[in-house]
Write a protein that binds this ligand. Sequence first.
Ligand code: ADP
Ligand code: ZN
Length: 296
Amino acid sequence: MYGAIEAGGTKFVCAVGDEFGQITERMVIPTTVPEETMTEVISFFKQYELEAIGVGSFGPIDVNLQSPTYGNITSTPKLAWRDFPFVKVLKEAFQKPIGFNTDVNAAALGEARQGAAQGLDSCLYITVGTGIGAGAVVGGKLLQGWSHPEMGHILVRRHPNDPYKGKCPYHGDCLEGLAAGPAIEDRWGEKGVHLADRKDVWDLEAYYIAQALMQYIFILSPKRIILGGGVMKQKQVFPSIYTHLKELMNNYVSLPELSEYIVSPGLGNDSGITGSLYLAHQAFENDVKFLSENKI
Ligand code: ADP
Ligand code: ZN
């Protein structure tokens, strides 16, 4: 049995399940301060005999195994969680292998194994919610370099009729600054959920998302793109994204039928927690391999 945590800015979803991503129990814990939230997380998992725990966390996080601060949350605006040593705390509590990756990488893994990209060895999972982030599976593996990708903070061409300054605390009018949920609310004066019938809102949203997708497609050429997160629950934005993307791509490369290529998550709200179970299983397998290679 494996444990999984989808650590978000407002809530932690904890679950136990098997290596095939099947969840048997789950619990939702509010994200307050580490001392409080982690005490509840640990007592939830203590009820079970676990082989490993996988974490898909909000970030940025340190995923560089060579780094002295590996396993920490790093520069999050949630001050109580800044520099929180996530992996260390779980290791101390359970003495089991801990898989640790970004929430969006976990979601990409979940979707690739069981969701809308099942059976494909590459996909891109993008969340448009409080922030914008993306995780990629490339050649069957999560894409990671020196650190994890931060695809939500790319620069996009501003719409000539959009005077909004942008909301990213680091870059102002990067993609997240122009198109995440808080930017929509700030620009239009209302939450996205109340703007459902405003064609101009979703056309502008699609204009920015399509630009980002073109860049991701040109750089990664994923076999499927999954658009998740609260904002993408506005399904009317999808056709508009297809239209803008077609116009931008201008037939330069051939793409699959867009309505099958750019889709909603197959696992609904469970992409991240399911992927975190797979992260736990991967951590377990890596540990077994390490122990046998080192004859421990
Ligand atoms: P988080 O990114 O914090 O994990 P969400 O993916 O739900 O959580 O994103 C929250 C953001 O998405 C908020 O800015 C909210 O206004 C917006 N949002 C959530 N649900 C919807 C919806 N159905 N339609 C439009 N915007 C939404
Ligand atoms: Zn930014």
